[in-house]
Write a new protein. Structure first.
Length: 376
């Protein structure tokens, strides 16, 4: 009998049984009160996870659809300052290039942002700022609160990608001054891929572009969601909404503070294991930047090949991630987001420790034991 692989990736992640079963029922009318109640449940919990009282919508599309919805609805023909210290900051920059005049504020992947350069761009007239809060390509958490402060100081709109932090780490969109925040279903929510969730502030509504995209028109989502029952303007991926509702209810049952604490403990356990093995964490953090609470990026030791090590781990039924683009072969990444807890973390670290040894690396200490101390 073929066994399911344990996905310890920075998304997609293992889905709880309740979430999976929610998709197995007969289709329902997406213009019905029943669907409206499902949508309303999702939005209620999502607002808590986002830390917002702003309007919030669910779009049938990936997190990248949420990114494009954000930029295209307010950024057309505008000056946009884009922070880039990883792959997804780069993606927001590329999207911004299609709609406005984009200015890249670049740092090496996994290194701190240049906040002085942002202030310079804002003083030159940048009207919008884009930021990835939790950059999974490099395992670094960026200072959204400080970026929001600068945006408010210069009256610029703040677009924040919270795709891998909302629902798994502390996000306070309103307190941080975020005007449009984005997340995706297959990350910390442990739901199926295919839904983007977007919150929109009153300031963003005041500055909408006059000719937005048709499918990603946020005003159309607002109009449909304001009716009774709540609706989406176009046919939604109903089974995914049903699964997302179940995932949201699980968050509500666990309690968001407890969920955040669990994610922090799991990532701390992986960091402790890396330290025990004698391996370096990839990000270079400072007092404003931190290690991600949902994925840990670890540098490969000399002589260990990425494809060989991850293949050895996969033989044991577990999948972890390698590096992307120019970081391929240089780092490996272990996800710790969603519904996973101590058993999955310890199994993954045991497989990783074995694979490192098989690939010729002699660990300085017992990473599994170090992680168990954190988790115990």
């Amino acid at each position: 009998m073929e066994k399911e692989l344990l996905l310890m990736l920075p998304g997609p992640v293992p889905m709880p049984e309740r979430v999976r079963l929610a998709m197995s029922r007969q289709a329902i009318n997406h213009r019905s009160a029943e669907f409206g109640a499902v949508y309303a449940d999702c939005v209620r919990v999502l607002k808590t996870a986002f830390g917002t009282t702003n309007d919030l919508f669910v779009i049938s599309g990936s997190g990248t659809a949420g990114m494009e919805a954000a930029v295209s609805n307010v950024g057309k023909d505008k000056e946009i300052a884009c922070f880039v210290n990883g792959k997804f900051g780069e993606r927001l920059y590329k999207i911004s290039q299609r709609y406005g005049t984009a200015h890249e504020i670049k740092s090496e992947w996994g290194t701190p942002l240049n906040l002085a350069a942002l202030e310079e761009q804002l003083e030159k007239g940048a009207e919008i700022v884009t930021l990835v809060h939790n950059e999974t390509s490099a395992g670094i958490k960026n200072p959204a609160q400080e970026v929001g402060r600068l945006c408010r100081k210069h009256d610029a709109l703040f677009i924040m990608d919270g795709i891998t932090s909302v629902g798994g780490d502390l996000v306070e969109a309103d307190k941080w001054g975020v005007d449009i925040a984005i997340t995706g279903s297959q990350k910390c929510f442990a739901a199926p891929a295919g839904l983007a969730m977007v919150s929109v502030s009153s300031r963003a509504w005041e500055r909408l572009t006059k000719n937005p995209p048709f499918y990603l028109d946020l005003a159309a989502y607002k109009k449909s969601a304001s009716g009774k029952p709540m609706e989406t303007p176009y046919t939604p991926a109903v089974p995914l909404f049903l699964a997302l509702r179940e995932a949201c209810l699980l968050i509500e049952e666990e309690g968001l503070p407890a969920r955040i604490a669990r994610h922090q403990k799991m990532s701390g356990a992986i960091q402790a294991a890396a330290k025990a093995w004698g391996l370096a964490l990839f990000p270079k953090i400072d007092k404003l930047h931190g290690y991600s609470s949902t994925v840990t990026a670890i540098e490969y030791p000399a002589g260990v090949k990425d494809d060989e090590m991850r293949a050895a781990i996969k033989k044991m039924g577990i999948v972890i991630a390698g590096g992307q683009d120019h970081l391929k072969g240089k780092i490996f990444r272990i996800g710790s987001m969603g519904a996973v807890s101590a058993p999955e973390i310890l199994a993954t670290l045991a497989a990783t420790q074995y694979a490192l040894k098989k690939c010729g690396y002699t660990s300085k200490g017992n990473g599994v034991e170090a992680a168990a101390e954190v988790l115990g």
